[in-house]
Design a protein around this ligand. Sequence first.
Ligand code: MET
Length: 354
Amino acid sequence: MLRPLSTQIVGSYAKPHWLGRHERIHHLDGSWWRPEADVLEEAKQDAALLAIYEQERAGLDIVTDGEAQRVAYDRHFLASLSGIDMMDAEKQAYVSEVETRKRNAEVAEMMEHFQLNPKIVGPIEWVRSSAAKDLEFLVAHARRPVKVNVVGPLTLLDRLADHHYGNPRDAAMALAGAINKEMLALEKLGPAVIQIDEPAFHFKLSRAREFGVELLTRLVEGLSTPVIVHACYGYSLYAESKTANPTYHEVAEIIAASPVQGMSLEYEQPGHGPELLKHTGDKHVLIGLVNLGSREIETAEHVATRLRAALEVVPAERLHPCTDCGMWFLPRAVAYGKIRALVEGTKLVKDQLG
Ligand code: MET
């Protein structure tokens, strides 16, 4: 399913400003959307078509719907669950390395809202799919194999105030069970890859160490579609510069010890090198080769050089050029330039490999 050097993005593509008010991404009230209710569905689908078109035009091997139909990658899934009180939100200390690096007043205001977390008030159950409709649309309109994203349980737990389970492990396992049901529903629609977005494996490393493998084992129960775990440094929107975290390789090791097929690692912006890839076991590895914290477009040669060095550690059969993380906040021309560079750089390497 994942052919050698399959180029792709992490998930989100530049979201049009006519679609959403970017500064309201973390609000819980749906005020992100700009189109009025009677044209909202049409607008979301048009935005998804645009994202699919640009990825295919750039030449990516696997495409997403740009996550154009969801406000945020994490809270999107709450629509699938029972046991959550969305109206009763609680302000929680949300401690994470990247999110505390508030870049400016606007970002600080966004993060204020981010810390308002809906409550878990009863047993978590999966009641309906939140992504099936979007995936159906993607499958119907993409000409290339597709990828769909779901949020990971540790990350989702960080967006909730638990008043029911009483400890992080039980709450996360319950969320994993529900996300597993979502993935089983999505699998029926035939995506080439399902990706679990799990930045909390990085930010809450102690939890990942303690029960990360158990969580991933539960998540993929009964699935046959390749599953990739994305563990990143958070959106570049909140951090123009990122420094390599000396414990990031441990995240790779935890994923490598689990039954998932692969991992998606942030590589370009924090300046990681091939050393990190020695910790990925025998998994497929998606590495970010374009820096989303900068609006400068990388050259194809730069991408090719970084990719060649990575190929010294991970063979082409298991290595896949990607973005570091999501691109929703970037101007479309910048996002397009970067994915084009990714494709061109990969082509240079492929031509050389024959
Ligand atoms: N799928 C998400 C995106 O591409 C990943 C978020 S991880 C912070 O935007």
